[in-house]
Structure formats: structure tokens, C-alpha cells
Design a binder for this molecule. Structure first.
Ligand SMILES: [Cu+2]
Length: 145
């Protein structure tokens, strides 16, 4: 009898140990790059492909004030007239295991108020913040690709 009680206590201890808080998603950011900006440009742009292993969303991207005043999440759209425009969005859904591409003509991170032009070979450290996953600091290379 005593032995059974002991066994149950141990089993419960193991269960509690396994329960813990639910695991956070992990987001992978690949191929981050920024095009070289024109000498007079006051805005720049960042691209990357984000893949989360659980449902999550990107809520913001921050860059050092030495690079730009701030960064915004933008989406490009085509008006019925065929003209292209873009607007700021509050966040980007990252469904589990689905790569979400930030690319020319689509989603992008807009750098507003560049302190100096983005030159080939520069590296920007951008902080990607998510609804659930831990924030990630991503090294973004500037290239003319
Ligand atoms: Cu934009």
C-alpha cells in the first residue's frame, strides 16, 4: 500500500514536470537583405523570408537609430488603375511551417528617415518582434542584387 502511494506521487511529479508552459514558436528568418538606396533617398527597404514552426505573427521590426528614424511593415498593392501603392500594416500572420516572403512588389519592411544611404557591404542589425516567439536580431546585408 505504501509502495503504491509512493509510485503515484512519483508519477504525478513526472506529469507536472512535463506539463510546464506551452512551448513558444520559433521563427526562422532567412535571406534578409536590403537593396542599395539612392544617394538622396530618405527611405530604405528590407526583405527576408520568415517561417514559424507554430502559428504566430510578426508585430514589428526595429532598427538602430543610427540607421533610420524607424521601421514600418508595409504591403504593396495595385490600384484598379494599375498604379502601385503601399500602405502600413499592423502585423503579418505567420501560419505554422508556411514561409512568408517579404520581397519587391509585396510585403516589405520600410526604413523611414535613413540617416545615411544604404551602401553595398553595409550590415544592419534589425530586431524582429513577434506576438508569441522571442524577438530575433537579424543581420541584414545591403547589396545591389
Ligand atoms: Cu513601403
Amino acid at each position: 500500500m505504501n509502495r503504491m502511494v509512493f509510485a503515484c506521487v512519483v508519477a504525478m511529479g513526472l506529469l507536472v514536470g512535463c506539463a510546464g508552459p506551452p512551448r513558444k514558436p520559433h521563427v526562422e528568418v532567412k535571406g534578409a537583405w536590403a537593396p542599395v538606396s539612392a544617394p538622396s533617398a530618405r527611405v530604405g527597404v528590407l526583405y527576408a523570408v520568415l517561417t514559424s514552426d507554430r502559428d504566430d505573427s510578426l508585430v514589428s521590426v526595429r532598427v538602430p537609430s543610427s540607421v533610420a528614424d524607424h521601421a514600418e511593415l508595409h504591403e504593396t498593392f495595385t490600384e484598379p488603375s494599375g498604379a502601385m501603392g503601399m500602405h502600413m500594416i499592423a502585423g503579418v500572420a505567420l501560419p505554422a511551417h508556411q514561409p512568408i516572403a517579404f520581397k519587391p512588389g509585396g510585403l516589405h519592411v520600410m526604413l523611414i528617415g535613413l540617416t545615411s544611404p544604404l551602401a553595398a557591404g553595409d550590415t544592419i542589425e534589425a530586431c524582429f518582434a513577434f506576438r508569441r516567439a522571442d524577438s530575433l536580431v537579424v543581420r541584414v546585408g545591403v547589396s545591389s542584387r
